[in-house]
Design a protein around this ligand. Structure first.
Ligand SMILES: [Fe+2]
Ligand SMILES: [Fe+2]
Length: 357
């Protein structure tokens, strides 16, 4: 059809057909549901049991080698069961468990998506990040920023497990995926072990360094001993109404999140404590470091214990309960909050006080 066709002969139906053939789409034909009053997502709140996941990982360890003769990484992704097959954990975040067996090396590579790792079990292993061997002990947080080389080495006697959280879905949705394998297989160390911790870990006194503008923390390892000591130091303070004793891992120079796309936090729920409910547009992946409890999500109780992983999509009401009378609970979490804040999309609401409800 040409533009010179007689206007009175052109029906609306014929018009639709014609413009669609010209790579144009009438907005008025879009489903009404596209404009929702509030966020609507197929992603659901979900909890994965550590006992079951650990067992599956050991089975994968027996079946699948890592390194030259096997897979580059032995990883099970936490796939959100509410989302389309192949979708990750929350819309912008992909969480996973990784296992490296004694004596194994996972070769170095780098990619545009950034990753954080939170060590669950194992010792005497390290991740070499841009030439810096970062010690991996339980509770440590290790960063592999966008485009940083990283390979893993387990020199210990037992398996090492950790939680991976990456911004792969976000990067992929923008079609910005870059990937490269290291020419040497495993990158050789070029710096002292935990060199960035020695240089930037003091917190209140920092070298006069000129840092790249990309916003990644230059501190690559946040040791568990420091996190636990800070939680302990603040354990008797009032805390946050929605998260109790809540600490954010920060970029030492900016005080902002450790990466442009992910905020990492650690929180302590005291014995018998129940937080108030709130909701925010940021989605969150939780890992239970210690204790047991319940997170009530939009009225549904998800109970958890040490090692479990929870996914909360954005804009769901949630509150945490540690019903144990004599044991504390500790949760590590990763959220996409920095992305939403950067885009002006971050919102947060609180509900009336639910304590004692
Ligand atoms: Fe990687
Ligand atoms: Fe929250």
């Amino acid at each position: 059809m040409t533009l010179s066709a007689e206007p009175h002969a052109l029906t609306l139906e014929a018009f639709h057909t014609a413009v669609r053939g010209e790579a144009l789409e009438p907005l008025w034909l879009q489903p009404d549901g596209a404009m929702t009053a509030e966020p609507v997502t197929p992603f659901c709140p979900y909890r994965w049991r550590w006992r079951a996941v650990r067992e599956r990982m050991l089975q994968a360890g027996a079946l699948l080698p890592v390194g030259k003769e096997g897979a580059a990484r032995r990883v099970l992704i936490f796939r959100n069961p509410g989302a389309p097959r192949g979708a990750p954990t929350t819309p912008p975040l992909g969480a996973a468990i990784q296992l490296v067996l004694p004596g194994e090396q996972a070769p170095s590579h780098r990619h545009s998506p950034a990753a954080i790792r939170f060590i669950i079990e194992g010792r005497d292993a390290c991740t070499i990040v841009d030439g810096e061997p970062c010690t991996m002990t339980p509770g440590d947080l290790i960063l592999t920023p966008s485009w940083a080389w990283h390979g893993h080495v387990n020199a210990g006697a037992g398996p090492i497990f950790w939680l991976d959280v990456l911004d792969v879905p976000l990067v992929a949705s923008l079609y910005q995926f870059f990937y490269e394998e290291h020419p040497d297989g495993l990158e050789a160390p070029r710096r002292a072990p935990d060199a960035s911790l020695a240089r930037y870990g003091a917190g209140i006194l920092l070298p006069q360094d000129v840092l790249p503008a990309h916003g990644d923390s230059p501190l690559l390892r946040y040791p568990w001993a420091v996190a636990e000591a800070r939680l302990r130091a603040l354990a008797d303070t009032p805390g946050d109404p929605f998260d109790s004793v809540l600490l954010t891992y920060t970029h030492p120079y900016t005080g902002g999140p450790v990466m442009p796309t992910m905020t990492c936090r650690i929180q302590l729920l005291r014995p018998g404590e129940r937080t108030r409910a709130h909701r925010h547009t940021a989605s969150v992946v939780y890992h239970v470091v210690r204790g047991r409890g319940t997170t009530i999500v939009d009225g549904t109780a998800l109970d958890w214990e040490a090692g479990d992983v929870l996914a909360l999509p954005g804009w769901v009401w949630h509150e945490h309960v540690n019903a144990a009378p004599d044991a504390e609970a500790i949760l590590f979490s990763v959220s996409d909050e920095p992305v939403l804040r950067a885009l002006g999309l971050y919102r947060e609401e609180s509900r009336a006080d639910t304590r004692g409800a």
